[in-house]
Write a protein that binds this ligand. Structure first.
Ligand code: 13P
Length: 362
């Protein structure tokens, strides 16, 4: 018997996707693996043990109720989904109470593709259907799977483009069969000295391949979200581009490759500073071109860098750190509506420092 999504399943998926990105809302990506959060903790001198991870994620999830006006979904790491705060309340219940969708990272990291120049695919398909069914039962409504592509003189190779597009489509179809909205994330790393034009060309190729594969796998686009990189020059490119140039290159690449049936583009921050990530998002939403999807944020580093700095692992700093999170979320919500300007930042909260990590892992 053939397997198709029922009308009721499609309706549920489409509603979840739309709800996450409605009215400028975006996503907090708090799904760093235990190794990756350790690198963030290193910067503030906090030891990477489960108790500190629990304290930090409690801080994020129990932020003031009004965060729900800016954040439509939070992506969690497996460990966090089952953690409780000091009073014994499940952290995910804070999100449920606020009407924020609970997301879960389901990939199992990158592995090398033989015969390529350090290119990768992403693993985690084995048992994914069972894991998705369990996550749905445990309150998750969406998932994330990150694929990584690299720009050099000879990459991304056609093999890497095709393999990553296919695995993203396969993951997306498994999620949808289990009532979970898949975030499709083909991240092109900002490492290198390539120009804005080069990044645009590669982004078009990669995103086009993803939508071909999603179509081949019968994925229901209305019940998905796309999480791409913004089109930016390489981190070491000597030419600097304005936010308006980044916005036009990004919009051009997406308008050429992303079907309007897909409801929301939720950009990763990719090592941009908090201020650049917000300014670029605003320029994208202020540009005078037809944009058939919501264009919003799904930031990890660019929503958390100044929160971590404010917290420093001290219980006495929790309230101040939560204020910082609320502020950054609000600034990004305004940017997702094209209504942000730097004068709204107030004194000293936005972080101008590059958050670039070479060959970034998640
Ligand atoms: P950054 O915003 O830190 O790039 O991370 C977002 C993310 O979820 C990458 O998978």
């Amino acid at each position: 018997m053939s397997v198709h999504l029922s009308d009721a399943q499609k309706k549920e998926l489409a509603e979840i996707a739309k709800r996450i990105v409605r009215d400028g809302r975006g996503i907090l990506a708090a799904d760093e693996s235990s190794g990756t959060i350790g690198k963030r903790f290193d910067t503030i001198g906090v030891e990477n043990v489960e108790e500190n991870r629990r304290q930090y994620r409690s801080l994020l999830m129990s932020c003031d109720q009004s965060v729900k006006d800016s954040i439509g979904g939070v992506i969690l790491y497996h460990e966090t989904l089952y953690q409780k705060d000091d009073s014994g309340k499940l952290l995910r219940d804070f999100l449920k109470e606020r009407g924020i969708a609970v997301g879960i990272k389901v990939d199992k990291g990158v592995v090398k593709l033989m015969g390529t120049k350090d290119e990768t695919t992403t693993q985690g398909l084995d048992g994914l259907g069972e894991r998705c069914a369990q996550y749905k039962a445990d309150g998750c409504d969406f998932a994330k799977w990150r694929c990584v592509l690299k720009i050099t003189d000879s990459t991304p190779s056609q093999l890497a483009i095709d393999e990553n597009a296919n695995v993203l489509a396969r993951y997306a179809s498994i999620c949808q069969m289990n009532g979970i909205v898949p975030i499709v994330e083909p991240e092109i790393l900002p490492d290198g000295n390539h120009t804005l034009e080069k990044c645009q060309e590669v982004t078009e190729k990669v995103v086009a391949a993803c939508y071909k594969a999603l179509s081949d796998h019968h994925v229901y686009l209305e019940g998905t979200l796309l999480k791409p990189n913004m089109v930016t020059a390489g981190h070491d490119c000597p030419t600097k581009y304005t936010p308006e140039q980044v916005a036009m290159a990004t919009l051009t690449a997406l308008r050429r490759t992303v079907p309007p049936a897909m409801p929301g583009v939720t950009f990763l921050s990719g090592g941009q500073s908090e201020t650049s990530a917000t300014q670029h998002l605003n320029a994208i939403n202020a540009a005078d071109v037809l944009r058939p999807w919501a264009l919003t944020f799904s930031y990890g580093r660019a929503l958390q860098a100044s929160v971590l700095k404010a917290w420093k692992g001290k219980a006495g700093n929790v309230a101040a750190a939560q204020k910082v999170l609320l502020h950054r979320a609000k600034m990004n919500r305004l940017a997702a509506q094209g209504k942000y300007n730097t004068s709204m930042e107030g004194s000293g909260s936005a972080d101008n420092q590059s958050l670039h990590v070479a060959n970034h892992q998640y």
